[in-house]
Design a protein around this ligand. Structure first.
Ligand SMILES: [Fe+2]
Ligand SMILES: [Fe+2]
Length: 326
């Protein structure tokens, strides 16, 4: 069984499911979700809703005590990935070597929804020197993890599984948890920080749309993509249904999610906590920034790897069928 850890956002006590809590006679292996709703933090008496799941998104803060979920399976890295150049689309740069993502993020370059833009054009838009970015990318390549999975060559079925377990499932939990925090921050700090009511509203819409979006991907598009890989045609959509249209719709919804994240970043002054922010306020802003970062990786893998590969497979399947008819 997999044991998780949940941290109290008020006092930083960690409830470790593997250990339980002997002081409250809670046995080991009891899941956090199975604790009663009346359960409170043994250190500071905070309510259960003040706990946050320790996932990879909270690791930067709690790395001493948390374990990462869904570690990427060790597989051989493609040493033939091309050297970064000015003319390479930024999405392809990251598809070839995921470690390049943090370099582009540091320069504010969008590699997921803006993945088709060349590095040179993206740098020009951001007003940064392309040579400086290339130097940093080269450095990242040298430090790249040789065990990282290369999703440009993996089976699409494996990539779909990876997206669901590494992004969709943790994101659903994060969206619910952060919605509670956003509500609380807006209620407690809304008078002094009216922008936090706007953040809550934008977040709630972002959450609702994203939950529906992931459901559509998991129930319609992803099974269609897997059937393209296994049978050569998207049987999931019926005899004539192609995957082009749902992919186009999902791409548009990614753009909408990106816009909501941009608005929340702007409203929160780049997620910087104000001087009077309490712990919940800080955790909420930090969590938002981590959701944004995870969304970049998530959307990048769909927009720049999964969807183009599925479209290419679908196209070659259609060509093969046409050849048979002829
Ligand atoms: Fe997704
Ligand atoms: Fe998506």
């Amino acid at each position: 069984m997999k044991y998780d850890k949940n941290i109290c956002t008020v006092c930083n006590y960690i409830y470790d499911e593997a250990l339980g809590e002997p002081r409250q006679n809670i046995p080991s292996a009891l899941k956090f979700d199975d604790l009663s709703d009346e359960w409170t933090c043994p250190e500071c008496n905070s309510a259960k809703e003040m706990f946050q799941f320790c996932s990879c998104v909270s690791l930067p803060i709690y790395e001493q005590t948390c374990v990462a979920h869904s570690p990427e399976p060790a597989q051989s890295n493609d040493q033939s990935a091309s050297v970064a150049s000015k003319a390479t689309p930024v999405g392809l740069l990251v598809a070839e070597r995921p470690a390049r993502a943090s370099v582009l993020e540091a320069f504010g370059i969008d590699y997921c929804c803006g993945g088709k833009t060349t590095l040179e054009d993206a740098c020009r838009t951001k007003g940064v020197r392309v040579e400086e970015v290339l130097d940093k990318l080269l450095l990242a390549d040298q430090q790249d993890d040789p065990g990282a999975q290369d999703w440009t060559k993996a089976k699409l079925n494996d990539l779909v599984e990876h997206i669901i377990t590494s992004y969709h499932e943790p994101l659903r939990k994060e969206l619910s948890r952060v919605a509670l925090l956003a509500e609380k921050v807006a209620r407690v700090h809304g008078v002094k920080h009216p922008e936090m009511a706007q953040v809550r509203d934008v977040f709630n819409q972002f959450k609702a749309e994203l939950e529906l979006h992931m459901q559509k991907e998991e129930m319609i598009l992803f099974p269609g993509i897997v059937s393209v890989e296994t049978t050569g045609s998207p049987q999931h959509f019926g005899c004539d249904g192609g995957i082009e249209h749902p992919i186009e719709v999902m791409g548009k919804e990614h753009d909408d999610a990106g816009e909501a994240l941009r608005i929340m970043r702007q409203l929160t002054n780049n997620y910087a906590p104000p001087a009077d922010a309490c712990n919940t306020f800080k955790v909420m802003l930090f969590s938002l920034s981590q959701i944004e970062s995870e969304m970049h990786q998530h959307v990048h893998k769909e927009n720049n790897i999964l969807f183009p590969r599925a479209l290419e497979l679908s196209k070659s399947g259609q060509l093969a069928k046409a050849a048979l008819v002829l």
